[in-house]
Design a binder for this molecule. Structure first.
Ligand SMILES: *[C@@H]1O[C@H](CO)[C@@H](O)[C@H](O)[C@H]1NC(C)=O
Ligand SMILES: *[C@@H]1O[C@H](CO)[C@@H](O)[C@H](O)[C@H]1NC(C)=O
Ligand SMILES: *[C@@H]1O[C@H](CO)[C@@H](O)[C@H](O)[C@H]1NC(C)=O
Ligand SMILES: *[C@@H]1O[C@H](CO)[C@@H](O)[C@H](O)[C@H]1NC(C)=O
Ligand SMILES: *[C@@H]1O[C@H](CO)[C@@H](O)[C@H](O)[C@H]1NC(C)=O
Ligand SMILES: *[C@@H]1O[C@H](CO)[C@@H](O)[C@H](O)[C@H]1NC(C)=O
Length: 486
């Protein structure tokens, strides 16, 4: 659940340590999920059942079966549900970009990071290796849905899912939106830390792909505003103003101006930045997996009022996290700390998941950046997040979270904490009924916070991918209807 391949991130790491990285290598990397099928007969069975269901459906619609292919977008002929019904928000065209911008980056996964190979990290369609140590913690029937997923794996997960998306079109003329499957975060990852690399190195891939895309008629036609991209790191990694500063200047390149960018942390004041959930370790194959999980987290006996999981080392005296930790340690009866300092949590321990599953609330302060992967780990475990900055979630993930902040989370003004307000006293004011209600809301939203296994998604349920793509399609349509460019 919590592979923190770099425990400093998503904050800007100052001194990443070699030991903090997932260095487990794997040569069994595969871009498609064929591998998953071979190694996991269970997936095979699920796929078989799926195919059978589809065949039955198609037979009942008296459609020629030959029109169907698992990997091609579903083409609907007369007699079936028509295209508007299947994809009311329109369809997505996926650019076939040169492999150096995605596939080759992955094939060179051993060179993606200066700290060691990322091959194991990004195997299984970006989900990473199986997270086997959850076996004693989660229901048997969903153990297979758990992976040791890296927080920066969004681009791969998203791309893979898109290839099988029901509303993908092969004809650009019929597309509402255009997806550029460039792995922007993977491309820049290895250049971020080393002083051996120049600003030019960090910008290279982004500049080249934009040069490629701007020659395309559909980009030119719309000045890019019906185009979108995923960027699996925080927005600040792509917003360098001066050559000597951190990151690439990808987002500041002129062609990027009107492209919608799906990021794990957005700049809340940029309309074209869209915050999407960090990948967690839970990747259900079916709506049934989700339901089993929801029942499980709902029924948990939670023995701890609140908890804090994160790196605790090196907090300077007045660091806000230091304040929270101090309260938590002093209140050991009600609060549990999981110290992930150094590389303590990168050994595939289920300790964090177990802690979230056992706590009513989880504390989610900001770090050097506003967001943390932990927000999603916490909520997927049915724990109620406690925020101290509005930008940690409320101004980030609006498409994915309930509109009313108080319905699923607690907000405590950080100044009050600095003034000595006890977290415990705030949290204890909520009645059991209120806690139950908030938890129900968190649990209701779990599907929207997770990335399903790449096939056709969760039947009858929308996951984070569905919500993100539909959101992009809707905003493109809004603007077609005369919505003014901002
Ligand atoms: C498809 O369905 C929509 C909504 O039911 C309807 O308005 C439209 O006319 C249909 N189009 C075709 C080509 O049948
Ligand atoms: C930087 O380059 C030097 C000389 O090529 C090399 O010895 C060193 O390992 C490099 N450092 C990093 C962090 O890549
Ligand atoms: C893009 O469009 C502009 C005018 O709309 C045109 O002048 C230019 O040549 C086009 N560029 C390409 C690469 O098609
Ligand atoms: C962005 O869109 C606006 C409005 O359509 C257009 O005027 C502008 O030139 C576009 N910017 C770029 C860099 O294409
Ligand atoms: C991981 O490390 C923690 C603390 O260092 C330890 O308690 C735990 O047993 C380890 N877990 C595994 C699966 O090795
Ligand atoms: C914190 O304390 C200071 C000084 O006593 C006071 O001015 C401020 O209003 C307090 N802030 C909050 C949020 O309670």
């Amino acid at each position: 659940m919590l592979p923190i391949s770099d425990p400093h991130s998503p904050e800007k790491p100052k001194t990443p340590t070699k030991s903090s990285l997932d260095r487990k290598n794997s040569n069994s990397f595969s871009f498609s999920h064929i591998q998953t099928l071979i190694y996991h007969p269970r997936s095979c069975l699920i796929l078989l059942i799926l195919i059978l269901q589809i065949l039955i459906l198609y037979a009942s619609l008296s459609l020629p079966i030959s029109t169907f292919s698992l990997h091609a977008p579903i083409s609907v002929k007369s007699g079936g549900p028509n295209s508007t019904e299947l994809c009311p928000d329109g369809r997505v065209y996926v650019y076939d970009i040169p492999e150096q911008f995605n596939k080759e980056l992955l094939q060179n996964c051993d060179k993606l990071s200066p700290f060691g190979s990322r091959c194991g990290t990004f195997m299984n369609n970006g989900f990473g290796e199986k997270f086997t140590s959850v076996a004693n913690v989660v229901p048997k029937s969903v153990v297979n849905a758990w992976y040791w997923t890296d927080q920066f794996a969004l681009e791969i997960i998203f791309h893979d899912r898109m290839m099988n998306y029901k509303c993908r079109t092969m004809e650009p003329e019929s597309a509402t939106a255009f997806y550029i499957p460039f792995y922007a975060g993977l491309a820049v990852g290895k250049y971020l830390w080393s002083s051996n690399f120049t600003a030019r190195d960090r910008d290279y891939h982004c500049e080249m792909i934009l040069r490629w895309v701007r020659e395309k008629p559909y980009f030119n036609r719309s000045s890019g505003w019906d185009h979108f991209i995923t960027m699996g790191r925080i927005t600040w990694d792509f917003r360098r103003s001066n050559d000597g500063d951190w990151g690439s200047k990808c987002i500041y390149l002129p062609e990027m101006r009107n492209i919608s960018r799906l990021l794990i942390e957005r700049n809340s004041w940029d309309y074209f930045d869209v915050g999407v959930p960090y990948p967690t370790g839970f990747h259900p194959s079916s709506a049934n997996d989700v339901k089993i999980w929801q029942n499980f987290v709902n029924g948990r006996r939670r023995s701890t009022l609140y908890c804090f999981a994160g790196a605790t080392r090196g907090f300077i005296k007045n660091d806000f996290r230091g304040l929270l930790l101090k309260q938590c340690y002093a209140d050991s009866e009600k609060c549990r700390v999981v110290d992930c300092g150094g590389s303590k949590c990168s050994n595939r321990t289920a300790a964090i998941l177990e802690t979230f599953l056992s706590s009513d609330f989880c504390l989610q302060p900001r770090g050097d950046s506003f967001t943390r992967r932990s927000i999603f780990d916490c909520m997927v475990a049915g724990s109620i997040p406690v925020f101290f900055w509005k930008r940690t979630a409320y101004y980030q993930y609006e498409w994915f979270l309930p509109e009313e902040a108080g319905s699923y989370s607690v907000f405590i003004d950080r100044n009050e904490v600095e003034n000595g307000t006890s977290i415990r006293s705030v949290l204890e004011k909520f009645s059991q009924e209120e806690v139950k209600k908030m938890r129900a809301k968190v649990v209701e939203y779990i599907p929207k916070l997770v990335y399903a296994k790449p096939n056709t998604g969760l039947k009858g349920m929308k996951d984070a991918f569905d919500i993100a793509v539909e959101g992009v399609l809707k905003r493109v349509k809004e603007r077609e209807g005369g919505y003014k460019w901002k």
